[in-house]
Write a protein that binds this ligand. Structure first.
Ligand SMILES: *Cc1c(COP(=O)(O)O)cnc(C)c1O
Length: 355
């Protein structure tokens, strides 16, 4: 992919890569040498630059710290066996970031700036993209308010940053989840569809309660009746009931429109897998667990791609899911997506950009 924006680069004096133990990476802890930065001032994005990753100067009155105008994205790049870097559906992340921006009264970041900044950053830090099965480079684009003003109003200035973290094989051990019917993640008219900081802050307390009870994550239900399954904390969820894949629709504005979710749906459609985008009720779920028609349940998201669910707590009762057979839909979909991401399966859908 050729690049067109001239982005000045200030290189790090001494790369940290020699001191990095790539065989022992903890998710989100190791950060690559450089970051891409742009500032929004006087109604336009200016001062695009790539600089060494390092601390920011922030005023104590920074508006994002007080009122939470802060949005982010999460995506990944992979290395194929020729040493090329493959970015999976980055254009979809750029578009989703702008949907979040609109909801939070923040300026859109032009897709060209997002993608060019990303491509040039990855090209510079290409040695940080790990190779090997399951390894990848996690990419964190984000934007936040920069006004030094504590009146409640949309900020006039913003900062957009992309930094990256090499991550090792994500051993997705099956997760135990609990259907949450007291706390609420999102309600209609709220911010559930935006990848904005406050949603995650609000979910920490309920998630911690569940962790103390021995569950890894929550399955959120709708905020009004708590009778319909929505999604998990950082993953959408899918259920296979009697061979039909069921996942929550996104029109209510309470569900984060996962790109993994969309990719799994596209594959399911291409393969003729029966699919229903509708809300599964908590009682339907409980029935399907009791009568054995629930074949599998899994989360979909960038970090794990597919996270199998081993146990679900519904209305205070634990249900163990059946052992997943080798021909389970989730295995097939995981292998296909991994193949596309690492370049061993041809990309027929325009999902990959190569550097
Ligand atoms: C990011 C996220 C997802 C998953 O989105 P992907 O694009 O598949 O990574 C799902 N739910 C929530 C709440 C999220 O924040």
């Amino acid at each position: 992919m050729k690049t067109s924006l001239a982005i000045p680069v200030q290189k790090i004096e001494k790369s940290k890569i020699q001191e990095t133990d790539f065989s022992n990476l903890i998710f989100g802890k190791t950060i690559s040498d450089h970051m891409f930065v742009a500032d929004y001032v006087n109604g336009e994005w200016t001062d695009l630059r790539i600089v060494p990753y390092g601390p920011l100067d922030l005023h104590p009155a920074n508006a994002a710290l007080h009122y939470g105008q802060s949005i982010f994205e999460g995506m990944k790049a992979y290395k194929n066996d020729k040493g090329e870097i493959l970015i999976f559906r980055g254009d979809a992340n750029a578009r989703r970031m702008n949907e979040s921006a609109t909801r939070m009264c923040m300026p859109e970041i032009p897709e060209e700036i997002f993608m060019e900044g990303l491509l040039q950053l990855l090209d510079l830090d290409r040695n940080w993209v790990p190779s090997g099965k399951g390894a990848s480079l996690y990419i964190r684009p984000y934007m936040f308010a920069m006004d030094n003003y504590i009146g409640v109003k949309p900020s006039d200035t913003y900062k957009f940053i992309i930094f990256t973290c090499p991550v090792g094989a994500y051993y997705s051990k099956p997760v135990n989840v609990k259907v949450e019917t007291a706390f609420t993640r999102a309600t209609e008219g709220g911010t559930g569809a935006a990848k904005t900081a406050g949603n995650y802050a609000a979910s920490l307390f309920p998630a911690l309660q569940a962790q103390r009870e021995g569950y890894d994550q929550l399955l959120w239900t709708d905020g009004k009746s708590h009778s319909k399954i929505e999604e998990s904390g950082t993953m959408n969820v899918m259920f296979d009931i009697n061979g039909t894949l069921i996942t929550a629709p996104t029109h209510t504005g309470t569900i984060l429109k996962g790109i993994t979710r969309d990719s799994v749906i596209q594959l399911a459609k291409d393969w003729g897998k029966p699919l229903e985008e509708r809300f599964l009720t908590v009682s339907e779920l409980q029935e399907a667990l009791e009568d054995g028609s629930l074949r599998e349940a899994f989360g979909t998201g960038t970090a794990a791609t597919i996270a199998h669910i081993a146990k679900i707590n519904v209305n205070g009762k634990d249900y163990n899911l059946p052992e997943k057979g080798p021909d389970a839909f989730s295995n097939k979909v995981l292998n296909e997506l991994d193949g596309i991401k690492y370049g061993t399966i041809p990309d027929s859908r325009g999902w990959i950009v190569k550097i």
